[in-house]
Ligand binder design. Structure first.
Ligand SMILES: [Zn+2]
Length: 224
């Protein structure tokens, strides 16, 4: 059931390293609040499929093996946030990644209600353990939930270890994430609408704390 959050829209940014469960929590939050969950991966795929100008730039850049610039990412997310389903709020997953992107996002949501930033925090050793043992379905490719003990619960396929998840690779990914997003957390953490959430707990407990943090942050912002 959707939770009432008073008047106006609520715009949520979910932060968290790979393996923190951010995607799952973003999805649950979006469903409960009846907001679109907007992930940069999905936007890019959509923009490329739709053949927008930005989509074409993105495809050419990625095909050449290069990372997308802040400008391209900002343009693509800006387009998405202006679609009608996002004007009443959204849950962003995977954007912003840099302070430049965060500054641009502030301009995009100007006059559209509070921007609540939820940072899911998990100790590095726990992330390494989670990521290095992550499994996917060998048949449909879906990420296996940690609770799945037998076969894939989507298609019944066999679960296999992800080949790219060696411990050294995992540590490197986490290092890159930290380097990239520490300035972002500094940028947001001074705000009354920023909340850290302990992600080293069962997913349902994290979900409840995400709800509480969001309500609390909205209340704080309404009181300003
Ligand atoms: Zn499957």
């Amino acid at each position: 059931m959707p939770v009432s959050h008073g008047d106006g829209s609520v715009n949520v940014v979910m932060l968290g390293p790979p393996g923190a469960g951010k995607g799952t929590q973003a999805e649950r939050l979006a469903r409960r609040r009846q907001l679109p969950k907007i992930s940069t991966g999905d936007i890019l795929r959509d923009a490329v499929t739709a053949g927008t100008e930005l989509g074409r730039i993105a495809k050419a850049t990625m095909d050449a093996g290069n990372l997308l610039s802040d400008d391209v990412m900002i343009g693509i997310v800006g387009e998405r946030l202006n679609r009608p389903d996002a004007t009443g709020g959204f849950v962003l997953d995977g954007f912003p990644r840099t302070v430049g992107q965060a500054t641009a996002l502030d301009h995009m949501v100007d006059g559209r209600g509070p921007l609540v930033v939820l940072d899911i925090v998990v100790p590095e050793e726990v992330l390494v353990r989670r990521l290095a043992t992550r499994r996917i379905c060998g048949q449909c490719g879906v990420n296996a939930s940690v609770e799945w003990t037998g076969a894939c619960q989507k298609c019944g396929g066999e679960l296999i270890a992800r080949i790219d998840d060696g411990v050294e690779i995992v540590r490197e990914r986490l290092k890159i994430y930290r380097r990239q997003t520490e300035p972002l957390v500094d940028y947001y953490s001074v705000r009354p609408t920023f909340r850290s959430i302990d992600g080293n707990q069962p997913p349902d407990i994290v979900t409840r704390q995400v709800d509480d943090a969001l309500l609390d942050a909205c209340r704080r912002s309404a009181a300003l």
